[in-house]
Design a protein around this ligand. Structure first.
Ligand code: MLT
Length: 199
């Protein structure tokens, strides 16, 4: 996968996953704000939707191609394992930071692959899949940044994701803003405070 790796001075690695149409550059500043000592692995989505990079295909806005989601999630999980060997970072100490489509594939890692991540900051995520059994998420810390007026990731869906993750053992913080689907500075500040408390 096309990516950037910047070595830090701590044992933690931040995995950055951009939104639709983004690149591996998008969340670098946010990673710096959240934890400037961590390694950074920022990945570009492998799927192109009319030239816009994404992490998996969708059938229409908000409707995921589940088969592709499952495949791309596995590929990303395998890539993390390979990258940890190539760059010599701790595979068991990865915290994902994802926005929108990137938050959705990070959520999908939690739904499908036990211990893929140590924790996750999900900015405006959706429920990646329904009706499946999740791995045991005991001890997993997750921050959800949601919008009361987010038309894509609705209030109800944000709460549903919170319930599913909590129901499988994760500790989830659900933070609300009022700026639609946008990722705003107050939301990043809230994620930063959460991260400092949890890690
Ligand atoms: C998705 O397809 O992952 C969501 O609709 C969010 C987005 O537009 O990327």
């Amino acid at each position: 996968m096309k990516h950037i790796y910047n070595e830090g001075s701590s044992d933690r690695t931040l995995l950055l996953l951009h939104g639709t149409g983004g690149t591996e550059q998008d969340l670098l500043q946010i990673a710096e704000m959240i934890d400037s000592s961590a390694n950074v692995l920022s990945v570009r989505g492998n799927v192109s939707e009319n030239g816009m990079a994404r992490f998996f295909r969708r059938l229409e806005e908000g409707v995921f191609d589940e088969e592709d989601l499952i495949k791309q999630t596995k590929d990303l999980n395998d890539f993390l394992t390979k990258a940890s060997g190539d760059y010599q970072f701790d595979r068991d100490n990865i915290v994902a930071i994802g926005y929108s489509n990137g938050a959705n594939i990070a959520g999908s890692l939690l739904f499908h692959h036990e211990q893929a991540l140590k924790g996750a900051i999900l900015h405006h995520p959706m429920v990646p899949r329904r009706g499946i059994t999740l791995p045991d998420l005991t001890g997993m810390n997750v921050f959800i940044g949601a919008g009361h007026n987010d038309p894509l990731c609705t209030e109800a869906e944000s709460k549903e994701l919170y319930e599913i993750l909590e129901g499988n053992g994760a500790h989830v913080t659900l933070h609300w803003e009022n700026q639609g689907h946008q990722l705003t500075l107050p939301e990043v500040d809230a994620a930063k405070l959460w991260y400092k408390e949890k890690f």
